[in-house]
Write a new protein. Structure first.
Length: 206
């Protein structure tokens, strides 16, 4: 790229990551580059060749006020370079996104582990429940609400009037005993196929 080909430029204003600009790299004349990141108020991280005519695209850190916006159409060589810069930018973006996902996953695991550790300390009596929830609330974590499950076995002697046969008697018993919910908001009862009705006998007519 000749100096004449890049002469029609204006100062870059409001550029962002992914913007094609002209950058002064290593004291050379301005050359085509792409903004990769804006790490500070005064600096920019750019992708450009190591020197004019090189095929190696590397990262440079430059002052923002040295960047220039491209105000002319790119020639064939510049278009090829712009495509290489975009390919490198996309690859770095994918790597950065993967790194962010790994960081988010590690942070989530750490938070989950921290909450589990605090709950275990409550269960072994080291921390009271109020103190535990104060700790969890202070760290914007879900409060601890203990839940318990139990199997309840009840033996009942049930007498049914009006059933035509034993099968109907069993169905009438089931319809009376099976429970799917309760009015108590803190206790939920479910009874399904495990309900067993046995030893059904016909009673004499009194």
């Amino acid at each position: 790229m000749s100096e004449a080909a890049l002469a029609a430029t204006i100062p870059a204003q409001g550029f962002e990551a992914g913007t094609i600009v002209l950058a002064e790299v290593g004291g050379d004349n301005h050359q085509l580059a792409m903004v990769s990141d804006l790490p500070g108020d005064d600096t920019a991280r750019i992708l450009a060749t190591s020197h004019p005519g090189s095929d190696d695209v590397i990262t440079h850190v430059v002052l923002r006020n040295t960047l220039m916006a491209v105000s002319h159409e790119l020639d064939a060589d510049q278009q090829q370079l712009a495509q290489r810069l975009m390919t490198q930018f996309a690859a770095e973006a994918r790597n950065h996104a993967g790194h962010l996902r790994e960081q988010a996953s590690a942070a989530h695991q750490k938070i989950t582990s921290m909450r589990a550790y605090a709950i275990e300390k409550h269960r072994d009596g080291t921390i009271c429940r109020e103190g535990l929830n104060d700790f969890l609330a202070a760290h914007d974590l879900d409060l601890y609400q203990p839940r318990h499950r139990a199997q309840v076995t009840i033996t009942l002697d049930v007498e049914v009037d009006g059933a035509d046969d034993q099968y109907e008697a069993v169905q009438m018993i089931r319809s009376c005993i099976e429970v799917s919910s309760t009015d108590d908001a803190e206790v939920w009862i479910t009874s399904g196929p495990d309900l067993s009705v046995s030893d059904v006998q016909s009673l004499p007519d009194d």
